[in-house]
Design a protein around this ligand. Structure first.
Ligand code: C2E
Ligand code: MG
Ligand code: MG
Ligand code: MG
Length: 276
């Protein structure tokens, strides 16, 4: 917060906090404009069953291409959107667009079973969230089973009752729930038993350690934990055949990653699906 001295002039923001705040304000203004100009789009990454290689679903990921052709990574702009509340319209657009794409693919006979969409804790807290999800599904003639929502450990900041009732309502509607980036948050493990979940996603940092000596221990532990809890386990960031085989041998059910396919825009995805 800027302070005024006795002459009423603004004092300089102290670096680095001031610089960050300015950057964020600029980014926010640019993001608002990008949404208006439709400079945001979704890419889709296939998820497969490790035993058979069969496609089990797609994950929708947001992309922002600026006027000069630069791609801004979501890790940069999602936090800004969350702070400003812009994540509500943005997240809604992503969900609706992902549902529309899944419907289009199914109509084209390229029917992947399910679309996974990342949701922010800010969206989950919104009282209209459940109705918004139901509307996105029914508008696109989809069932709850066609949708998976990916949440992160950050949801533990929400009141447990709100969280449980929202997730229970979604699951009663057929929507499945995945916990994303598992093991990278700060929460205790107890929420795993309290939350109604269907899937654990092993964070790619643990998958990338598979190549190192003793590097697979965390991934293996997460697979065992997930299986013990009766959850499906999906590894993200599978970048080579060795990682695939190692995870499969550990009992990990499913996976996604550059070795299987990169996230693709809709046109590239349709070509990929037609070949597969
Ligand atoms: P995430 O949901 O954990 O997504 C996985 C990230 O790993 C994606 O990064 C994806 O492009 C990347 N990835 C996939 N396979 C590989 C691989 O083999 N190797 C490596 N190194 N990376 C791989 P991306 O697209 O930059 O997304 C980053 C994060 O941004 C996502 O992490 C998610 O938390 C967030 N995000 C993306 N789209 C949305 C959205 O629509 N809503 C919300 N709330 N968050 C989103
Ligand atoms: Mg995700
Ligand atoms: Mg993840
Ligand atoms: Mg992530």
């Amino acid at each position: 917060r800027a302070k005024r001295d006795h002459r009423g002039q603004h004092l300089q923001f102290a670096a680095p906090m001031g610089a960050e705040a300015r950057d964020r304000a600029v980014l926010l203004a640019e993001l608002r404009a990008a949404i208006e100009n439709a400079d945001l789009f979704l890419v889709y990454q296939p998820q497969v069953h490790l035993d058979t290689g069969d496609l089990i679903g797609l994950e929708a990921l947001l992309r922002w291409r600026t006027a000069d052709g630069r791609l801004v990574p979501p890790d940069e702009f999602i936090p800004v959107a969350e702070h400003s509340g812009l994540i509500l319209p943005l997240g809604r657009w992503a969900l609706e667009t992902a549902c529309q794409t899944l419907r289009e693919l199914q109509t084209a006979g390229l029917a992947p079973a399910r679309m996974a969409v990342n949701v922010s804790v800010v969206q989950l807290r919104d009282p209209g969230f459940f109705d918004m999800v139901c509307a996105a599904l029914s508008t696109n003639e989809l069932q709850g089973q066609h949708l998976e929502l990916e949440i992160t450990e950050s949801v533990v900041v929400l009141p447990t009752q709100l969280l449980q009732s929202t997730l229970n309502a979604l699951r009663a509607h057929g929507v499945t729930i995945a916990i994303d980036d598992f093991g990278t948050g700060y929460s205790s493990l107890s929420y795993l038993e309290q939350l109604p979940l269907d899937r654990i996603k092993i964070d790619r940092t643990f998958v990338q350690q598979l190549g190192a000596p003793q590097g697979g221990r965390v991934a293996e532990m997460v697979v065992q934990l997930g299986r013990k809890l009766g959850l499906q386990v999906l590894a993200e960031g599978i970048e080579d055949a060795t990682a695939w085989q190692t995870l499969q041998a550990m009992g990990c059910h499913d996976g996604q990653g550059y070795h299987i396919a990169y996230p693709m825009d809709k046109a590239a995805l349709m070509r990929w699906l037609a070949q597969a």
